[in-house]
Design a protein around this ligand. Structure first.
Ligand code: ZN
Length: 57
């Protein structure tokens, strides 16, 4: 479940996974911290998007 932080931040989870992850996040300090880190590091999201997406403009 922890590894879904990135997918959650990217908004690529489907509704069911999103709800499951938010329930997990509620009680998981590790994911809360990871979420915070991802939000604070400039470029981290762009990097994740590059790695998780193969869609070209
Ligand atoms: Zn977690």
């Amino acid at each position: 479940m922890h590894e879904e932080v990135a997918a959650y931040v990217l908004g690529v989870l489907d509704e069911e996974d999103l709800e499951a992850f938010e329930r997990h996040l509620d009680g998981c300090a590790r994911c809360q911290q990871e979420l915070k880190d991802l939000a604070e590091v400039p470029g981290a999201l762009d990097e994740l998007k590059r790695q998780s997406s193969h869609v070209d403009d």
